[in-house]
Design a protein. Structure first.
Length: 244
């Protein structure tokens, strides 16, 4: 089958340097002729992800020459003022636990909404209309700003407020973490899987000392547990890699 020509309107990937955003970056590069990335420094304790995102980008350029000419500029936005206001276990020295609201203490109120406002403003100036994010409501920590109905409302607000034609693309929204690993393999084979394992970062505690089959992390925080369970599920299903 002849692949479809890439979409010309361009995409901006909300790129943290974690597993989900790395798969989303590959997904966007497979579909769009021009892809840029944006990262957010909001004072997160796992600031190591800001270095991980550069390693993942470099790995994509080195391992996938057919995507290299599509991968454009990277942007990093300073949102530390927001992180200080929306204090959580991701931005302050607090225990990771469930709160009285039934949400984990890692929930940063409004984080994805703020990210999308800034991303849309940047995309408007860059001539990009697709905003690609790794939000998921299948295997996730229960964050309300990861739900598709929240993002549908946000898409309407952005387009009304900016007279735009933005699309918030969430390719992982209905996938389990095992299916996210499978999608990464389908897009970039074992080379992409290996890059994600070695260079991406998900652990909320910022741990890079211990290497697990699924990558580096403390192994106990919610992000590590989700990533590990997804890996184990994918392996149990036979770990198929459907692309070279």
């Amino acid at each position: 089958m002849t692949p479809s020509p890439p979409l010309a309107d361009g995409a901006l990937v909300l790129f943290s340097g974690g597993q989900d955003s790395a798969v989303c970056l590959a997904w966007a590069l497979d579909r769009y002729a021009r892809v840029e990335t944006v990262g957010f420094d909001y004072g997160q304790r796992h600031i190591v992800e800001m270095q991980a995102r550069q390693r993942v980008r470099a790995g994509v350029l080195a391992r996938f020459p057919h995507w290299a000419d599509r991968l454009g500029e990277d942007h990093v936005l300073d949102l530390r003022g927001f992180g200080a206001v929306a204090e959580s276990a991701l931005t302050a020295d607090r225990e990771i636990e469930m709160t009285a609201r039934g949400l984990p203490s890692t929930f940063v109120p409004g984080r994805n909404l703020v990210f999308l406002v800034y991303a849309a403003a940047l995309a408007d100036r860059r001539g990009l209309t697709a905003l690609v994010g790794g939000m998921c409501e299948t295997d996730y920590s229960g964050y309300p700003d990861c739900r598709r109905d929240t993002l549908d409302a946000m898409e309407i607000s952005l387009n009304l407020g900016m007279e735009g034609a933005f699309r918030i693309e969430t390719p992982l929204m209905r996938l389990t973490k095992a299916e996210t690993w499978r999608l990464g393999a389908a897009l970039g084979g074992e080379s992409l899987v290996g890059l994600i394992v070695e260079e991406s970062h998900t652990c909320y505690r910022g741990e890079r000392g211990e290497r697990h089959p699924w990558g580096y992390g403390c192994g106990h925080c919610p992000a590590c547990e989700l990533r590990a369970a997804g890996w184990d599920g994918w392996v149990a299903d036979g770990r198929p890699a459907t692309a070279p």
